[in-house]
Design a protein around this ligand. Structure first.
Ligand SMILES: Nc1nc2c(c(=O)[nH]1)N[C@H]1C(S)=C(S)[C@@H](COP(=O)(O)OP(=O)(O)OC[C@H]3O[C@@H](n4cnc5c(=O)[nH]c(N)nc54)[C@H](O)[C@@H]3O)O[C@H]1N2
Ligand SMILES: Nc1nc2c(c(=O)[nH]1)N[C@H]1C(S)=C(S)[C@@H](COP(=O)(O)OP(=O)(O)OC[C@H]3O[C@@H](n4cnc5c(=O)[nH]c(N)nc54)[C@H](O)[C@@H]3O)O[C@H]1N2
Ligand code: SF4
Ligand SMILES: [Mo]
Length: 710
């Protein structure tokens, strides 16, 4: 049998956007490994994606459309297989009914980064809905606070060049856990350490990354702004402010300096629950170490005060002039460096797109239960599994159960969200479709070409949207653009052409060279090229124009703490990718069943020991878990991993049954970690999960090359 090997891109929501080599035999994907030549990937995929072919070849792939015949939320027993013609007729009828009865804004597309591919994720679907005049989705669920904060300070999602971190002498990983979530950054960090760099991780939890750092600082959750202000004060007190660089390339130092007068290191330490020497020592280290690289994760922004926290953290390396040096400065995301204008591809000039209201996706539970006026009566979900991943699960599921809501889900496998659909449409996976990828952790653009046949009748999202447009009777060339045409449109301003990418797979496309200091001489993407330490435009959003400390809402609520004494964090699990792998046997075996990790004192105070069954609850809801007694956390702070599936969890609820719909101070982001709970013992038998009667068959795992887990 002919074996061929093809390059492609890992599509998952991860900053690394790895290039892989996929071996195909007889039309079937049989092996997957990392591309050895890729400058960032350097040959290895992560543990979870080494088993990606379990997902591709799994017996649970959707291969045909389904239409609902029974009650919502009852599972697959409520559905029967249907032809594409019948399914598309149902989809079109539902959309038409909403538009005619309630107006086009009653339609809401809900999508996120199930694939980060621009073609399957961010073009044809949004284009069709923009043309219909549907409500526009404000895609806040992951990075909204950070995106808005970095735009305020730096003018966009930009920062130091990540491969240049090897040149840093002090590396601060702030609310980031790269050994689980940004694996390929780690060898660069290690290289810097071999050259003498000191590594500090700032995280309330002693993660694997924290444990392998030179120093771990564990502030109270949601207090990072206070810490950043205290560190800046330390730099100021040490006389280490780079006045010359600040004067040339920033605005607002006078206002920020006035704020720092209110933030002696002692105050910062007290807010953060840290010994004052710890804050003093790090401030002194930052004052005297050039270059310092601050790599900011996304976990720390899931608190109410996230916008101000990221602004303060982004201000810190401006004070020290760290952007002068390769590997110096701060970096939250590289996405703002790419010369790609998605907006123009979503709303091309020759396709009408009426103005429409914007709906914040992180508020979906509220939106579907009365907040939206006019109400949403058609929901089209793709590249997302909100029933597992969106906050306030009980309220969300009540919304999804509404009889007057017509829900369409495009999916690769039967997720929790599919249970609430009217129509489920089978979608292709990465080896089966064309896509184009930028990255939020490096500076390469990657092309992924289809190399295997899709199972059954599965189709790419783009083709499904083209067919929905046709079923609605819309005939416009822009709604017939092929995937290749969409990729070419995305690459219009890019220095690399589609043909070049066909030949080379990936190319550096940002104009920022490895080893360079892109903002050494200012030139930030703000109107005047200067970074902003003071942003008067924030006043009209009700936000302090000077970076300050917005306390967390629940974590900082002493009265609430009497009823719900534990702050609950739900960070990323190493062998899961949001909810994407949480139904696959290998991945769930590696991750284990849902557990709530408690500090030994918190466990002892409740008479709990390792393995005990508990209900984790607050006023919004509850989920069941086993106790893990774990000194990786602070007293009063509990944690669990995000994004299990409710239908595969005890009690059919996940951590998002307790998380709240509440916006961050900037950007309207979610506040998953700003959450208080109590835990109470329950009988052990409650943790036994009865597989849903309609659970997909679990067959033998797909062959995958044995590669050490990352
Ligand atoms: N293996 C794996 N990789 C992933 C994902 C996954 O689910 N699994 N998810 C992907 C996605 S969608 C994203 S957005 C990224 C997220 O990437 P990261 O931001 O690295 O991941 P998180 O685990 O969400 O959060 C990082 C750390 O922030 C800490 N944290 C929580 N609250 C605070 C706080 O108040 N202050 C500070 N300083 N730290 C805090 C958490 O304890 C956690 O260890 O990872 C991506 N990569
Ligand atoms: N408690 C808590 N909840 C969280 C977080 C947290 O830290 N704590 N993190 C949040 C974050 S950072 C994020 S980004 C969100 C992510 O939440 P979601 O956006 O819901 O992401 P996933 O759970 O990965 O679901 C993606 C789905 O897209 C499907 N998919 C993948 N590719 C394709 C495709 O080409 N076509 C179609 N039709 N489907 C496809 C996958 O099968 C999968 O079911 O979760 C958030 N939820
Ligand atoms: S590290 Fe990230 S990009 Fe690379 S294979 Fe794993 S999930 Fe995909
Ligand atoms: Mo995310």
């Amino acid at each position: 049998m002919a074996r061929t090997t093809h390059p492609g891109a890992c599509p998952l929501d991860c900053p690394d956007t790895c290039v892989w080599q996929l071996t195909v035999e007889d039309g079937r994907a049989v092996a997957l490994r990392g591309d050895r030549d890729h400058p960032f990937t350097r040959g290895a995929l992560c543990g979870k994606v080494n088993r990606y072919l379990d997902a591709v070849n799994g017996p649970d792939r959707l291969t045909t459309p389904y239409v609902r015949t029974g009650p919502k939320g009852a599972g697959r027993v409520s559905f029967r297989p249907a032809s594409w013609d019948e399914a598309l007729d149902r989809v079109a009828a539902g959309l038409r009914a909403s538009i005619e009865r309630d107006g086009p804004e009653a339609v809401l597309p809900y999508y996120f980064a199930g694939t980060m591919g621009l073609v399957q994720g961010w073009t044809m679907g949004p284009r069709l809905f923009a043309h219909l005049g549907a409500s526009r989705l404000d895609t806040t669920i992951c990075t909204a606070a950070a995106r808005t904060a970095t735009r305020s300070v730096y003018g966009g999602s930009v920062g130091f060049e990540p491969e240049s971190i090897v040149d840093a002498k002090l590396i601060v990983l702030w609310g980031a856990n790269p050994l689980a979530t940004n694996l390929h950054l780690w060898p660069f960090v290690q290289q810097a350490r071999e050259r003498g760099a000191y590594l500090v991780t700032i995280d309330p939890l002693r993660t694997e990354t924290a444990a392998r750092s030179d120093e771990h600082i564990a502030p109270l959750p949601g207090t990072d702004a206070a810490l950043a202000l205290g560190l800046m004060r330390g730099v100021l007190d040490a006389g280490a402010v780079d006045e010359e660089w600040l004067a040339a390339h920033t605005v607002g130092w006078a206002e920020l300096a006035a704020r720092l007068a209110e933030w002696p290191v002692e105050r910062a330490a007290a807010e953060c629950g840290l010994p004052v020497e710890v804050v003093h020592r790090l401030g002194a280290r930052i004052a005297t170490t050039r270059p310092t690289a601050v790599r900011v994760g996304l976990g720390l922004q899931r608190h109410h005060g996230a916008g101000q926290a990221i602004r303060a953290i982004c201000a810190l390396p401006l004070l020290t002039g760290d952007f002068r040096y390769p590997g110096g400065g701060a970096l939250v995301s590289t996405s703002g460096h790419y010369p790609i204008d998605e907006g123009r591809v979503v709303r091309p000039p020759d396709l009408p797109a009426p103005p429409a209201r914007s709906i914040n996706m992180s508020r979906l539970a509220a939106v579907l239960t009365g907040e939206a006026d006019p109400p949403i009566t058609s929901l089209v979900v793709f590249n997302a599994n909100p029933a597992a991943t969106a906050p306030d699960q009980n309220r969300l599921l009540a919304g999804l159960r509404r009889d007057d809501l017509h829900t369409v889900v495009l999916e690769q496998r039967w997720t929790d969200t599919c249970d609430y659909a009217d129509v489920v449409l089978p979608a292709t996976m990465q080896p089966e479709h064309l896509d184009l990828h930028t990255s939020y952790g490096h500076h390469y653009t990657t092309l992924n070409l289809p190399v295997t046949e899709a199972p059954g009748e599965a189709l790419p999202n783009t083709e499904i949207f083209r067919r929905i447009a046709a079923a609605l009777g819309i005939d416009h060339p822009r709604l017939r653009d092929s995937d290749e045409e969409l990729a070419r449109q995305l690459l219009r301003d890019s220095p690399v052409s589609f043909e070049e990418l066909c030949a080379r797979t990936y190319a550096r496309t940002t104009g920022v060279a490895v080893g360079s200091a892109p903002y050494a001489a200012g030139g930030f993407p703000t109107a005047d090229g200067r970074a902003r330490l003071h942003d008067p435009s924030l006043a009209r959003l009700g936000v302090d124009p000077v970076p300050g400390f917005t306390p967390p809402v629940e974590a900082g609520d002493a009265a609430l703490a009497t009823r719900f004494p534990l702050v609950l964090l739900a960070p990323a699990g190493k062998f899961l990718m949001n909810s994407t792998f949480a139904s696959l046997p290998w991945h769930t075996r590696r991750t284990g069943p849902p557990r709530v990790h408690l500090h030994p004192d918190d466990a002892a105070a409740r008479g709990l020991v390792d393995g005990d069954a508990v209900r984790v609850r607050n006023d919004r809801g509850a989920f069941l878990a086993a106790v893990a007694v774990d000194d990786a956390t602070r007293r009063g702070v509990a944690f669990t991993y995000k994004a299990y599936w409710a239908r595969l969890s005890p009690g059919r609820a996940t951590v998002n049954a307790v998380t709240a719909v509440r916006d961050t101070d900037l950007g309207g982001g979610p506040t998953f970690h700003d959450c208080r709970v109590e835990v109470e013992p329950v009988p052990a038998e409650l943790l036994v999960v009865d597989p849903p009667a309609d659970a997909a068959p679990v067959g033998p795992p797909a062959p995958a090359e044995a590669v050490p887990a990352g």
